[in-house]
Every structure is written in C-alpha cells, then in structure tokens.
Design a protein around this ligand. Structure first.
Ligand SMILES: Cc1cc2nc3c(=O)[nH]c(=O)nc-3n(C[C@H](O)[C@H](O)[C@H](O)COP(=O)(O)OP(=O)(O)OC[C@H]3O[C@@H](n4cnc5c(N)ncnc54)[C@H](O)[C@@H]3O)c2cc1C
Length: 386
C-alpha cells in the first residue's frame, strides 16, 4: 500500500551543541516542525574554547543545508597534512594531489573551525528558521506525546539516552588530551601536523596566520601537571614535545586537559528515540574524526527525515532504519582510531617494524594515501559505496 504524505511531522531535539543544533536545522530543512531544547542559553553554548577539524563529509552536509558559505570566512583551510612518526623518524605528507577522487580541482585536505564561530552561525540559522522553536535555557519536558521523533543530542552523559533505556559502554583510555592555542613558528599557515609520539598522538592544527590549536595526547596525570605550569614552563615543556622545526612562542589561551574514552551506545534507536553525536559514540581525538562522525549521524537522519516528509518512509520506521544504517560507519571509525592509538603510542619493537612498513608504503604509493585520506575524509563506508 503506498504511503500518504504527512503534512506535519514533529520532532524534539534534546541538546543544542554542534550536533543537536545541526540536527534541528537538518530536520527543518526536510520539512519537519522541530523543538530544540538545551539547559544552556545561547551565550553559554558559544562559550567553549576549542577548534574542530572538518573533513569533506562535513563540508558536503553543510553545503546541502546552505550553511557552508556563511562559515567560509571563519574556516582555516589546510592544504597539507604532515604525518610524522617520531619513533621511526618517517614522515608522510598528504596533499591536494591525494584528493583526486573528489574530482574538484584544488581542494584543501580539511578545515579548522573555532567552536564560537560555528555556534554563532548555527544558532543564527536556528533563529531564522520558522519551523524551529528554540527552548534554550530550559530542560526538555519528559512528555513525548504528539512527537514523531525524539533526538538525543545531549552529550556523552545523556539523560535522554538513559530515559529511553538505551545501553552505554565506556572504555577510558590511559591517555588524556590537552588542548591549547599558541602562536607558532616553523609551519606554513595552511599546514596541519599529526605527530605520533610514544606517549600519544599530537596534532598541530592551523587557525589562520601563525595561530595554531594543539591537541596533545599523553598519560592524563602528566597532562594535569602540564596544565598547572606557568606560561614559560609550559612553553618549555612544549618545545620538548614538538619537532625542532616547530617553535611555540606565545600561549593564546589556557591549556586544558580532559579524559578521553571510547564510548558506544546500543541500540542506536529505541521506540521513537534516536541517539546522535556524542550520545551515540566518542572516540580518541587522533585523526580529528569526532565531530565529523557526529555529523554523519545528522546526514543520515536528514536523508531519512526527507523520505518521511515525502511519504516514502513511515515515521515509525525511521528510528530502526537510522540504527541499521549508522552502525557500520561508527564501528569502523571507533576501531580505526583505537587501532591507530595502540599501534603508534609505544616503542614495542615488532610494532615499530609494522609501522615502518606501513609508513614506507604510504609514502611510496599514492593510491594508498588516497584510500586512507578518503576513509578519513568521507568515512570508511564510502570506500565501497563509490
Ligand atoms: C573538554 C573537551 C574538549 C574538547 N576539545 C575538542 C577539540 O579541541 N577539538 C575537537 O574536535 N573536539 C573536541 N572535543 C570533542 C567535541 O567537543 C565533541 O566532538 C562535540 O562537542 C560533540 O558535540 P555534541 O553536540 O554531540 O555534544 P556536546 O557538545 O557535548 O553537546 C551536548 C549539549 O547537550 C546539552 N545538554 C546536556 N544535558 C541536557 C539535557 N538533559 N537536555 C537537553 N540538553 C542537554 C549540553 O548543554 C550541550 O549543549 C572536546 C571535548 C571535551 C569534553
């Protein structure tokens, strides 16, 4: 029996962080009526001092939702990603020539975007959208009657996930992560670095001109000590961690250490509730996959919501379809980031041989660089979907 087109589909999105705000915009774009709730007011939602690495899967979604052009002035593109293994002293560059699968000429490898600029654009778009009612500064009501969909986007300690009785597993890493913005000498302004050090990966991400965001992974206790140092002592410790050619000169914000864990929610949907973003998964920051994976959840929800609005999918079938279609991408990214951390955060001799072989192959064969960059940039599932 053909499905009839529904006039008004209603959703509530709990959480207006980067994932929740974008989900509300995606559902509205698909023709749904959306309530967006968060206990934080707009100013507090914008107030975090962090920067995200965006890949091409995120760019595609932002373009489809008409947000990319607005974000462009705030984006710092990087055209070269230098992979350096400090234990084997091997270095592999990824450049625009490794993006030939895009077929779009000169494209950056990725972009860095500050949280504040991102949230300003997302919340302004929410304000402009008539079909979104924003309830910022309020906890969501527990009642779900009259809703076709509840989206849990309320972060890794999600109350919505718990209320929906969706399971959640967390495996903390011994490594934590420290983020800080610095003024740096020795790197091109459009170059990013992923340094593999025995204590953990270290990312150097360009923010424009000579400003860079550092994402330093190491045992959490050591990072907590580093966090307490004064600026001079911190810069001193930093010079020991960076390669000789990179010199950090000035701290632009306060170093902040936080724990890192691999987390997974299961199932990804129950009754009318779906889990997205950090409610569904968290991974190690190596390779800058976190927010891009969150936004691929949004992308899938956008496709399914459009099918419901056009009468091609029953709203009741949406949560199950979402869960089935997201599981593989999430599992592969969690496995890949975990494997990278385990493989590269040590000096274990047999693994050093394996690393040497893998990096030499990456350096020699362009098709291997293209394949791995595509998996990182569009998600591993795209490799066989074409
Ligand atoms: C300290 C720290 C530093 C980080 N630094 C970086 C970095 O430098 N680069 C990077 O790429 N990633 C970083 N990350 C990871 C990054 O922040 C996440 O990938 C991203 O925030 C995920 O977005 P989200 O919207 O899924 O979750 P969140 O950003 O956590 O958003 C969840 C939202 O839900 C709201 N909420 C909470 N409870 C409720 C409730 N009961 N009902 C409704 N709403 C609720 C919260 O107020 C919040 O606005 C960092 C994470 C942490 C914890």
């Amino acid at each position: 029996m053909p499905l009839t087109k529904r006039s008004t589909l209603r959703a509530r999105v709990n959480g207006a962080g980067p994932t929740g705000a974008l989900t509300a915009l995606a559902l509205a774009d698909a023709g749904w009526q959306v309530d967006l709730c968060d206990p934080l007011e707009a100013a507090a939602l914008q107030g975090r001092n962090r920067a995200y690495a965006l890949t091409h899967s995120s760019r595609d979604l932002l373009q489809r939702l008409g947000l990319w052009d607005e974000l462009l002035p705030a984006l710092a593109p990087f055209r070269r990603l230098e992979l350096c293994d400090r234990a084997t002293h091997l270095q592999v560059p990824f450049t625009a020539s490794d993006l030939s699968w895009l077929g779009e000429g000169d494209q950056p490898v990725g972009w860095i975007l500050q949280h504040r600029a991102l949230m300003q654009v997302l919340l302004a778009a929410v304000q402009r959208q008539d079909s979104i009612t924003d309830r910022l500064g309020m906890l969501p009501a527990p009642v779900t009657a009259g809703l076709d969909l509840v989206v849990a986007a309320d972060g890794h300690r999600s109350a919505t996930r718990q209320a929906a009785r969706i399971g959640h597993w967390a495996w903390p890493y011994r490594q934590g992560c420290l983020t800080v913005q610095v003024r740096l000498r020795g790197s091109a302004p459009d170059q990013a670095w992923e340094l593999f050090r025995p204590e953990g990966p270290f990312a150097v991400l360009p923010l424009g001109a000579d400003a860079f965001q550092l994402v330093w992974s190491a045992p959490l206790q050591r990072l907590r000590q580093l966090e307490q140092l004064d600026a001079v002592a911190f810069l001193d410790a930093l010079s020991g961690a960076l390669p000789e050619e990179l010199q950090a000169e000035v701290l632009l914000d306060q170093p902040k250490a936080f724990p890192v864990a691999l987390e997974w929610a299961w199932p990804l949907a129950r009754r009318s509730t779906v889990v997205v973003g950090e409610v569904a998964h968290r991974c190690h920051p190596v390779g800058g996959q976190g927010l891009n994976l969150c936004w691929r959840d949004v992308d899938e929800l956008h496709c399914l919501a459009r099918r419901c609005a056009s009468g091609r999918l029953r709203p009741r079938a949406l949560p199950g379809a979402y869960g089935r279609s997201r599981v593989l991408d999430i599992a592969l990214v969690l496995l890949a980031t975990d494997a990278l951390v385990r493989l590269f955060s040590n000096r274990f001799a047999p693994l050093l041989v394996l690393r040497r072989f893998a990096l030499q192959a990456l350096g020699r064969w362009g098709w291997m660089r293209q394949l791995s960059l595509r998996a990182m940039s569009e998600g591993p599932c795209r490799l066989w979907r074409g």
